[in-house]
Design a protein around this ligand. Structure first.
Ligand SMILES: C[S@@+](CC[C@H](N)C(=O)[O-])C[C@H]1O[C@@H](n2cnc3c(N)ncnc32)[C@H](O)[C@@H]1O
Length: 266
């Protein structure tokens, strides 16, 4: 694990503890039976009952366990040992069968060798990864022939907008091997004076899709959305329940995208 990933692991260990007690993640509601999944992934991935599902970058496991509540046999993997400890304790407490593995995604193939019907990842994952070509190869390696990969992610165009107003292009669309470095204060889910260094890489749509194609997957769709399902910027407003658009400028830029791809059957 290089220094960038080690620093991000320390950041996510702190955030996992903050998030477990946050209203954003509403763990009490989850324990009472709430699904943490959004309608986008529920509709676009569809029926998962009876299927094996690997959730990459699962954080503390609410989405993974939600897929289990929908009938999947789930495995979640994440860099943060604190997040994985929380995920395991939620699984035990709620008696939802799940396997959780702590690993840097690039090391996961050394630890986990099975193949799955579905590989899933969502919302705020790619910016933590330096190498999408290797990421896509790992996904392809984990899919059974005929298996499905599904991801839903914040759009890289949204990632370029300044955090306060969205009026300026503040961050690059393209990124080389060296990450952007910044100091966090609190997190996207919790406002506190907790500070930490973070390293992120931006990845354009072409890089994402071409990495998946080069890894041997067949793209079924690439959807772009004019709304976000998270109200995590001051310049967003709710247009319909659970859909947040740019205040006064709905539809100007895409805010999320999703990709579904399959691994060819032998
Ligand atoms: C924004 S969260 C995923 C969000 C998820 N949709 C949720 O809200 O529960 C990003 C996750 O990526 C994980 N992560 C970051 N870098 C990673 C890496 N190199 N390998 C594996 N997981 C990583 C973090 O620990 C964190 O849990």
């Amino acid at each position: 694990m290089n220094d960038y990933i080690a620093t991000n692991r320390s950041l996510w260990n702190g955030w996992a503890q903050l998030h477990a007690g946050s209203s954003f993640y509403d763990v009490d509601g989850f324990k009472a039976g709430r699904l943490s999944l959004m309608s986008v992934e529920l509709e676009e991935l569809g029926d998962v009952a009876g299927q094996t599902l690997l959730h990459l970058q699962c954080h503390f496991g609410q989405d993974t366990l939600s897929w289990a509540r929908k009938g999947a046999q789930v495995t979640g993997a994440d860099l943060s040992n604190e997040a994985i400890a929380l995920a395991r304790s939620l699984s035990r407490e709620l008696d939802i069968p799940a396997e959780f593995i702590c690993a840097n995604i690039y090391d996961l193939p050394q630890i986990l060798e099975r193949q799955f019907d579905i590989v899933y990842t969502s919302y705020g994952v790619l910016c933590w990864l330096p190498d999408l070509r290797r990421w896509a190869e790992i996904i392809a390696g984990y899919l059974k022939p005929g298996g499905t990969f599904y991801m839903v992610e914040f759009h890289p165009l949204m990632g370029m907008l300044d955090d306060e107003t969205g009026e300026r292009l503040a961050y690059p669309y393209f990124c080389g091997p060296e990450p952007m470095c910044y100091e966090t204060e609190g997190s996207y889910a919790v406002a506190t004076d907790h500070t930490h260094t973070a390293y992120e890489w931006s990845h354009g749509l072409g890089e994402v899709v071409t990495s998946l194609i080069d890894a041997g997957l067949t793209i079924q769709f690439l959807h772009e959305f004019p709304y976000s399902v998270y109200n995590d910027r001051p310049f967003l407003e709710e247009s319909e329940p659970g859909q947040y658009v740019w205040l006064g400028r709905p539809g100007l830029v895409p805010l999320m995208y999703s990709v579904r791809a399959t691994k060819p059957a032998r």
